[in-house]
Design a protein around this ligand. Structure first.
Ligand code: ATP
Ligand code: MG
Ligand code: MG
Ligand code: MG
Length: 439
């Protein structure tokens, strides 16, 4: 992408309304635009990152055996009356009437709808287990939408729903998602710690929140230091190996880790002091097992091998990709701007032409751009007529992991400079070596 043909509305000033660094940088880097309180447009740069986050989320859901679908954002109030949640959900739910005065709502979550889909088609144990997921916008009329993408009113969620014959099956479904979540966050370059959690309005009795430690986090959390370097399961992990998956979950739940709602002072005090971590955290994912809470009232029943019919056992599993975009910035930034981990960077490589209009520099920068693009590398070529300092500032602000600085001085010796955004290391290399290194 040539910057001259891209849409990157960078803000030079720090927006006053933004209280935390991710919100400030999202606005300054031209990634998002607030349209109403807690409602944002994703500008092209922001969308590139969001799409990368979603892609990793999808790949790990698919790997674990979940199946993608897409349910609508608008739901019928009728469904929520069946589960009894229509009145319980309160003011966080945006209620709408259509032209026929039918009561509708903008979905804050999808347990009812997916249960309705399930009961329409599935009758027998032979069709289980099943895990259906989608990535869809949610609306929750939060009392205090704030911190930019961290607590929006309209936000993207990956929500998966598992269906099993009995508790044993549901436990395995839960464990599979637990492992998929460990892998998802690790691939995003984040260390998320599963913590015992309250089940809240979703209900149920088995639940973990996946929390990233960050000073700006809204949750108060307590855990054992060992969580900071426990190894994450490999891509080859066998999701059908019930005992193997259970062993991973056991390992990742063997130490103390809880949010303030579930905090147990005595248990925490039993940990050697040097191993106690008491910090703030961001909830980026949340998994629940809730059994027949929805299937029983909504009559989603399946025939067991013995012929009896019983409500299906369910769990639900959420990840917030839009919140993750903010959390990634909270976890990785410096004075100059965002420092994207490579897997989610909007562009992997940036090229700064340090003397736009100089024939030799234009040619060298243009050739590198061409060669990298042809090899499938995502490059942002800063080809505007700006001073070098301003180009460095832009590439650093938007966090491009690898930056190639092409200027007449270096070119005289046949060299360009390769700069690493993280750490700032610089190296003089020939354009051919740069290609070798990056492509
Ligand atoms: P919170 O405690 O932050 O209000 P929640 O517990 O209400 O979140 P869940 O119902 O567990 O959220 O939803 C699953 C995931 O959706 C959360 O773990 C989070 O990543 C994301 N999420 C929830 N609410 C928001 C929001 N207002 N803005 C952005 N992401 C959100
Ligand atoms: Mg909430
Ligand atoms: Mg929560
Ligand atoms: Mg939650």
């Amino acid at each position: 992408m040539r910057l001259s043909r891209f849409f990157l509305p960078i803000l030079r000033e720090t927006p006053k309304e933004a209280e935390i660094v991710s919100h400030r940088l999202l606005l300054r880097a031209g990634m998002i635009r607030q349209e109403s309180a807690g409602i944002y447009a994703f500008l092209p740069l922001g969308l590139r990152v969001l799409n990368k986050v979603c892609r990793i989320v999808r790949e790990e859901q698919d790997r674990s055996g979940a199946i993608e679908m897409l349910m609508p954002t608008i739901q019928s109030a009728e469904l929520w009356r069946e589960s009894g949640r229509y009145d319980d959900y309160g003011k966080e739910m945006l209620r709408i009437k259509d032209r026929h005065e039918r009561e509708m709502l903008y979905g804050p979550t999808n347990e009812e709808m997916v249960t309705e889909v399930f009961r329409a088609y599935v009758r027998s144990y032979k069709d289980l287990p099943l895990n259906l997921y989608h990535l869809q916008w949610k609306f929750r009329d939060e009392v205090r939408p704030r911190f930019g993408l961290m607590r929006g009113r309209e936000f993207l969620m990956k929500d998966a729903y598992s269906f099993d014959l009995d508790y044993e099956g549901a436990k395995h479904a839960y464990n599979k998602m637990f492992v998929a979540y460990l892998r998802t966050f690790a691939r995003l370059g984040l260390r998320a710690i599963p913590m015992v959690a309250d089940t809240g309005p979703i209900g149920g009795n088995l639940s973990h929140e996946f929390i990233i430690l960050a000073q700006t986090g809204e949750s108060e959390v307590f855990c054992h230091r060992d969580y900071l370097d426990l190894p994450v399961p490999e891509a080859g992990v066998d999701f059908d190996d019930v005992a193997g998956i259970q062993a991973i979950v056991d390992r990742w739940t063997s130490h103390y880790a809880a949010t303030s709602e579930k905090h147990d002072e005595a248990a925490f005090a039993a940990i050697p002091e040097a191993d106690r971590v008491s910090a703030r955290g961001i909830e980026v994912g949340h998994i629940f097992y809730f059994g027949t809470k929805y299937s029983a009232p909504m009559k989603a029943v399946v025939a067991h091998p013995d012929g009896s019919e019983k409500p299906v056992h369910m769990g639900s599993y959420g990840i917030g990709p839009t919140r993750l975009v903010a959390a990634l910035i909270e976890a990785s930034h410096d004075e100059a701007g965002i420092v994207w981990p490579e897997p989610v960077a909007p562009f992997r490589v940036g090229i700064a032409n340090l003397k736009q209009g100089d024939a030799a520099t234009d040619a060298a920068a243009g050739e590198l751009y061409q060669a990298l693009t042809v090899r499938g590398v995502e490059v942002l070529y800063h080809d505007l007529d700006e001073r070098p300092g301003s180009k460095f500032a832009t590439l650093d602000l938007i966090g491009v992991p690898w930056q190639i600085l092409v200027g007449p001085k270096g070119l005289k010796e046949g060299k360009v400079e390769l700069k690493r955004r993280s750490g700032g290391d610089r190296e003089l290399l020939s354009p051919a070596d740069v290609l070798e290194r990056l492509a």
